[in-house]
Design a protein around this ligand. Sequence first.
Ligand SMILES: Nc1ncnc2c1ncn2[C@@H]1O[C@H](COP(=O)(O)OP(=O)(O)OP(=O)(O)O)[C@@H](O)[C@H]1O
Ligand SMILES: [Mg+2]
Length: 254
Amino acid sequence: MLQVEELKMHFPLFGGVLQRQLGVHKAVDGVSFSLNQGETLGLVGESGCGKSTTGRCVLRLLQPTSGTILFDGRKELLQTDRRRLQMIFQDPLSSLNPRKTVLENLGEGLVFHKMAKDPTSLVEEVLEQVGLSKEALYRYPHQFSGGQQQRLCIGRAIALKPDLIVCDEPVSALDVSVQAQILNLLQSLKEQLQLSYLFISHDLSVVRHLCDRVLVMKEGRIVEEGKTEKIFESPAHPYTKSLLAAIPPTYPVR
Ligand SMILES: Nc1ncnc2c1ncn2[C@@H]1O[C@H](COP(=O)(O)OP(=O)(O)OP(=O)(O)O)[C@@H](O)[C@H]1O
Ligand SMILES: [Mg+2]
């Protein structure tokens, strides 16, 4: 469904009194991978290694320096592809419009993509799918808890009947007790709606639980790739080993 070849995203670095370009920062430097339909592909690596940048390029929120990104074999996104590709961000509150009600926040995409003239009943359905009641319709984002705000963002994404959702650290801003609920919601929606996920996270235990395959990224490149069990049971690259060694044990070690 998604094919990324030799993706590079180099940001110019400016500095000095004249703010001249001093060089480039190679945030993503030759990344290739593919994502099959129905798959949850994990993208892991330390902070700053280029995970979010990769996700933004896939969604065309950033124009890559070079490389190709094919969605269903197409380089250019069609209007329907924009609907079929959605994103869920780390910070739910800042990705919702604070001045708009839940109905407006979740409904505007539906109207834009001509899926409904009056989106009210579709938004109600979606709220139910993400575990919120329809009393939420006329409330504003700040009136919800962090976990509920993330449910709203998930609702806004699934309302458009997407095929691929890029989840960029969807639970890392949430309280630990809420993280599991949101992950379970993502997992069950995936099965119900036959979604594919590109799942960006630095939390390896989450990735192990959710992903079919994992890409390990370091300094803008992919250093290891494989089935989740294989990566966790027998990591080949020293960097993957060091990442795994840093996971705190979730059970008492004897
Ligand atoms: N718009 C930008 N301009 C310049 N540099 C940028 C820009 N966006 C990101 N970078 C740099 O690119 C590198 C990769 O950033 P990115 O956000 O992709 O990291 P990440 O892997 O998502 O990290 P984290 O786990 O902390 O979210 C970082 O060093 C960052 O400073
Ligand atoms: Mg990031």
